[in-house]
Design a protein around this ligand. Structure first.
Ligand SMILES: [Cu+2]
Length: 336
């Protein structure tokens, strides 16, 4: 009996030390979303259960090392016993209920992260190798940064143009896959709580530049967000080429096409217009308006030599004819 009392004290002390230690280690960044609270709560409970289980096993083991070590001159063998049915029933039933309780907590936390606000606004998040684009459906424009007003729920509809990506902002805690294909969209609701700058990263190994698939996430005061939306919906000012530069920025073309002659995932736009391009089938074409428009609207129609293994996303399908025309003028201006 005195052994059990000592071990029980040891286990309690170890559990408390470990539980508080892990809980205050700060392995997670500051929480910045409403939905994340349920996840943090669940995480904290897990940390305490883990601390207890670790201490239980280690406590018994360490205590036994010391208390039951072989004494000098002791040559006898240990007591023989044949199991203990009541102990076995207890250590089956108790963990069963703990696991069921955690399943219940998990379901509750999942429901909490999915709680819909009828006033949520919609953003379609499009992942491509290796960049993100955000279509603000309710306002009719696209962006390469995710700007969100604070304390308002956004309903993100996640999709991909190529392989599986995964949307993850550590401060929001939430994570959801972006899957390619019609009808494979996934929903994620987020209500940011702290104004500030964050980073969206891809949490699914999605190819060579997976690690650099980052986007800025900017949580703004509602009034600042509204001003930004007004600026975006007005559309860029200036002549065709200037507007084209802004559209190319908004639709994320420069993630793959440089403007300075350097090679990125796709061919540079510098000096592209009126140049002679060699295609994979060995034929050549002179780059003109019609070729550029086709390349944007239907990237698979003509593939440039040397780019067989990378895919341009069909972004053109969600652009207007005027926007495409502006981009063509912008590309043309880069050859003057
Ligand atoms: Cu990815």
């Amino acid at each position: 009996m005195k052994h059990f009392v000592r071990v029980a004290i040891l286990v309690v002390v170890l559990t408390v030390l470990l539980g508080f230690g892990l809980d205050n280690m700060g392995y997670m960044p500051e929480l910045a979303s409403v939905q994340g609270a349920a996840i943090d709560d669940l995480f904290r409970k897990h940390v305490w259960v883990i601390s207890f289980l670790f201490s239980l096993i280690m406590g018994f083991m360490l205590y036994s090392f010391v208390a039951f070590r072989k004494k000098p001159g002791d040559d006898g063998s240990g007591d023989h016993f044949e199991g203990n049915t009541s102990l076995e029933i207890v250590w089956t039933i108790v963990p069963l209920f703990i696991v069921l309780y955690f399943a219940y907590l998990g379901a509750e936390a999942l429901a909490e992260t999915r709680r819909a606000d009828p006033n949520a606004y919609n953003i379609t998040v499009v992942g491509s190798q290796w960049s993100w684009r955000f279509d603000y459906e309710d306002f009719g424009f696209s962006s390469t940064e995710l700007r969100l007003p604070v304390d308002r729920q956004a309903l993100l509809l996640l999709t991909s143009t190529d392989v599986i990506h995964s949307f993850w902002v550590p401060e929001f805690r939430l994570k959801q896959d972006a899957l390619p294909g019609e009808g494979m969209e996934r929903e994620l609701r987020v209500t940011p709580t702290i104004v500030g700058d964050y980073k969206l990263r891809c949490a699914e190994l999605c190819g060579l530049e997976h690690a650099y698939m980052l986007s800025d996430v900017i949580v703004m005061e509602v009034s600042d967000f509204e001003a930004w939306v007004a600026e975006q919906t007005e559309g860029p000012a200036g002549d065709g080429a200037e507007r084209g530069e802004a559209w190319a920025q908004q639709f994320g073309c420069q993630a793959c096409h440089s403007l300075d002659g350097s090679d990125r995932i796709g061919p540079t736009w510098l000096g592209l217009y009126e140049s002679i391009e060699t295609l994979v089938d060995g034929s050549t074409v002179v780059v003109d308006d019609a070729y550029l428009i086709e390349s944007i609207l239907d990237p698979q129609a003509t593939i440039v030599e040397g780019y067989e293994n990378v895919v341009m996303p069909p972004t053109g399908a969600s652009m207007t004819e005027e926007q495409i025309q502006d981009i063509v003028e912008f590309i043309e201006s880069l050859s003057e």
